[in-house]
Unconditional design. Structure first.
Lengths: 167, 409
């Protein structure tokens, strides 16, 4: 019984609660939602570095695919295809496709590393309905100091949480 | 918040002055060099026709995607599409009066003589005669414009009805949604042939099945740039006060996407022809790169792809309306260049005093006539915009969503 769990079934109510929690400076540990609510990141001032990383992965992808093609077609095995130059204008097709592949895979891996997820990991937290349509706000009791717990509970109640529970 | 657009005296004067410049330049060009005059009419008129069609396509896309963010300024693409009317008049003039000065197949004796080195060309023209002949060309022009008038006209009519009819607004929206699909199909089918006719048949010995697709994509892409410019202008004038960074961001996503699409279309045509290496196909690029201007040829892809792609990549720049408008302006110059590279290289052969060696011509005639068409476009656009009762649609189902549009990040 170390965590307070508030269950919502409406994202607008959840957003209201999130704004009030942020205003009250409550230490929210985790919010679990069945779909992406990008406004949540804004409310909690969470900035993801994945877009920037993805850009650099893209740069890496384009150079590495070009280097690979260049090595194969120009240095290692220069073959005469219809009299065309070995450094061919068809490279961009492969570079484009290869860049997308490299960027997507590395970005997904980065996401998993940042979220500390891997196949076979034990769930950190589970609650009935969390995998369905319920939105859950999670607060660790040990982070709460002084009057904060009452305040948090009041916010949950006033914003219309479906259920306030402890796990 | 001003509800109705007011066509101010200042704007009117500007458009009249521009039209006057165009008229003077046109008369001067006509007396000096008839070939060049008609080439310019085709060049300028085709550009604005493509922008008008592209803007209508943009609007239809918003309808069929049920996009909410764009509802509040859907009046702008809708009104840009009005230019189809004047475009019809100029195309008719071109078809009836200027055809033999521009299209080699319409006047084989005179024009093909300039390419006299290649007698096979006459044979090619004879083979293509069932399609490329004067009568069928005129009929096709009527068919194209009939389809465009009908489909765009219906969309505009429904939009007007939607403004008047408070109870039945949703019904008109649903109907517009359906006719947007009709427009997109009709536009795609007719424009494929319109592109073949108006631009590709300038070089009747050459063909590319991808040509019209590239033009279509270019029209859609550059129409978005034009819409951004006009929205920015109206926003500065206080007509669209709701614009926020989310709207600008979504606009810049359009330009970003369009730049990639344009580069793709440009590349697939060029790469396939380069790889196929068949002389009669390569002719098109050979003429542009080695006889006309390698610099302009490269500049085209730099302006239309590299600049918007690299500048709009960072999030902060993409949301900045000033940056966005600068890019949109550059892109419209890129559009001029793109169409210029389609129209002028094959025709420079025939301009007076050019002889065998061709190089880019872009003189006072071109600038003057282009300014004239800009003035005409401004006049048509603002006059039609002022006719509408509300510059921001009132009964559109997505209007609230559009006014309060907000993207996270």
């Amino acid at each position: 019984m170390s965590k307070i769990v508030a269950v919502y079934n409406d994202d607008r109510k959840l957003m209201e609660a999130a704004e009030q929690l942020k205003a009250a400076n409550a230490p929210v540990e985790e919010v679990v939602t069945p779909f992406v609510i990008e406004e949540l990141l804004e409310v909690f001032h969470i900035k993801s570095n994945i877009p920037l990383l993805a850009f650099f992965y893209g740069l890496f992808g384009v150079t590495s695919v070009f280097a690979g093609l260049y090595y194969t077609f120009v240095i290692d095995y220069p073959i005469n295809i219809g009299g065309k130059p070995n450094l061919s204008l068809t490279f961009p097709v492969l570079m484009f496709v290869g860049t997308v592949l490299v960027t997507v895979l590395t970005t997904v891996v980065t996401f998993f590393v940042q979220a500390k997820m891997f196949p076979g990991k034990e769930p950190e937290f589970s609650y009935p309905g969390i995998n369905d349509d319920k939105m859950v706000v999670l607060i660790d009791k040990s982070d709460l100091t002084g009057d904060m717990e009452n305040k948090v509970r009041q916010i949950f109640e006033s914003t219309g949480a479906e259920k306030i529970d402890e796990v | 918040m001003k509800k109705r657009f007011e066509f101010s005296k200042k704007l009117k004067t500007i458009s009249y002055v521009l039209m006057l410049i165009g008229l003077i330049a046109g008369i001067m060009a006509y007396t000096a060099d008839t070939h060049r005059f008609w080439a310019n009419i085709l060049f300028s008129n085709y550009m604005f026709l493509l922008l008008a069609l592209g803007a209508a396509f943009w609007m239809s896309l918003q309808y069929i995607a049920e996009a909410g963010w764009s509802a509040a300024f859907k009046r702008i693409p809708e009104t840009i599409a009005c230019y189809i009317g004047p475009a019809f008049i100029f195309m008719l003039a071109l078809v009836f009066l200027g055809m033999k000065y521009v299209y080699p197949w319409a006047n084989p004796e005179e024009l093909v003589a300039d390419f006299g080195k290649y007698p096979e060309l006459k044979e090619i023209l004879e083979i293509k005669a069932p399609y490329l002949n004067k009568n069928f060309f005129i009929i096709r022009t009527f068919i194209f414009f009939l389809v465009w008038f009908a489909t765009v006209g219906i969309l505009r009519k429904f939009s007007k009805k939607e403004d008047e009819d408070k109870q039945g607004a949703l019904k008109w929206f649903e109907k517009s949604r359906f006719f947007s699909k009709v427009y997109i199909f009709g536009f795609a089918l007719t424009f494929i042939f319109a592109g073949f006719d108006y631009l590709m048949s300038l070089e009747p010995y050459w063909y590319s099945t991808l040509f019209s697709v590239k033009e279509l994509i270019s029209g859609f892409f550059h129409a978005s740039a034009l819409i951004i410019l006009i929205v920015y202008f109206l926003n500065k004038k206080g007509y669209l006060p709701f614009m926020n960074s989310s709207h600008w961001h979504d606009f810049s996503k359009y330009l970003f996407m369009g730049s990639i699409l344009f580069a793709y279309a440009w590349y697939f045509q060029y790469m396939l022809i380069w790889y196929g290496n068949i002389p009669e196909e390569g002719e098109y690029y050979f003429l542009r790169r080695f006889h006309f201007s390698q610099f302009l040829f490269t500049l085209n892809i730099v302006i239309n792809f590299m600049v918007p792609f690299l500048v709009l990549l960072p999030n902060r720049l993409a949301k900045n309306p000033k940056v966005l408008v600068t890019i949109a302006g550059i892109l419209l110059l890129g559009f001029v260049l793109d169409v210029y590279l389609s129209v002028f290289p094959p025709l420079t052969h025939t301009f007076a005093g050019m002889g065998e060696h061709i190089h880019p011509v872009f003189g006072l005639y071109e600038i003057g006539i282009l300014l004239g068409f800009i003035g005409l476009f401004m006049f048509v656009f603002f006059r039609n915009l002022a006719k509408r009762k509300y510059i921001i649609p009132v009964n559109h189902p997505y209007i609230e969503e559009s006014l309060l549009h907000h993207n996270a990040h």
